[in-house]
Design a binder for this molecule. Structure first.
Ligand code: 13P
Length: 249
């Protein structure tokens, strides 16, 4: 059985003032029945790790360099994230693919860098609106999975986040049927390539997940949780999403 995962991506939001949200979250879910992950700006990782104490909430980075260290001004490496207390890192988020021209091949090397540092790689994929409208969603997803996931991926070191680009931050979500179709397809691709390890990899849905739609999304068979942007910033919003996920276990 795959353990469900509620993950929050704070993107470029958050300062020390927002550590109160972590306090509220860990207080509200003292013994969560699902895995929890927050990926804040890198400046907050160490403080969040300290703030959560022994709580099982995991803290992650939002990106890592392919190299472990060196002359790469402004970048952060997987071992540096790990040393700060992170246990996971997002790689290949669509905003990185767009803002920094990240390719599947680069994302795969970043995921390998994460594995080498002992981090779980949350590998993000998803089609654009133009690709959805052209009817090529499954082809795009197939190619992204093939190109972005290293051969060394296992159920323990890899989580897949399916985030349709057109659903991110827009308030629009695919229909439940569309989510089911893509998640079922991702599962079949993972098991075809990775056998039992592929069966064990968690596949999250991301894109405008809110307290109001979380239960419907989590009822879909191959949805193992969510990667939440805007609604993860406040414990009052993220809390009901976690509760909806807990209701499925
Ligand atoms: P929103 O939940 O704000 O749509 O963002 C989703 C996302 O990109 C998470 O990585």
């Amino acid at each position: 059985m795959r353990r469900k995962l509620a993950a929050g991506n704070w993107k470029m939001n958050g300062t020390a003032d927002d550590l109160a949200q972590i306090e509220a979250l860990t207080a509200a879910f003292a013994a969560p029945s699902v895995d929890l992950l927050i990926c804040p700006p890198a400046t907050l990782i160490a403080q969040m790790v300290w703030k959560k104490g022994a709580h099982p909430l995991a803290i992650g980075g939002q990106d890592c360099h392919t190299a472990a260290k060196g002359a790469h001004t402004g970048d952060i490496s997987a071992p540096i994230l790990a040393a700060a207390g992170a246990t996971a890192v997002l790689v290949g988020h669509s905003e990185r693919r767009t803002d920094h021209q990240e390719t599947d091949a680069l994302v795969s090397v970043k995921a390998t860098a994460a594995y080498d540092a002992g981090l779980t790689a949350v590998i993000c994929i998803g089609e654009t609106l133009a690709e959805r409208e052209a009817g090529t969603t499954l082809d795009v997803v197939r190619n992204q999975l093939a190109g972005s996931i290293p051969d060394a991926a296992t159920a323990a070191n890899t989580v897949i986040a399916y985030e349709p680009v057109w659903a991110i931050g827009t308030g629009k979500i695919p229909t439940i049927e569309q989510i089911a179709e893509v998640h079922g397809f991702i599962r079949s691709e993972l098991t075809a390539r990775f056998a039992a390890e592929g069966e064990g990899m968690r596949v999250l849905y991301g894109g405008s997940v809110k307290p109001s739609n979380a239960a419907d999304i989590f009822a879909v068979a191959d949805v193992d949780g969510a990667l939440v942007g805007g609604a993860s910033l406040k414990a009052d919003d993220f809390g009901p999403i976690i509760t909806a996920l807990e209701a499925t276990v």
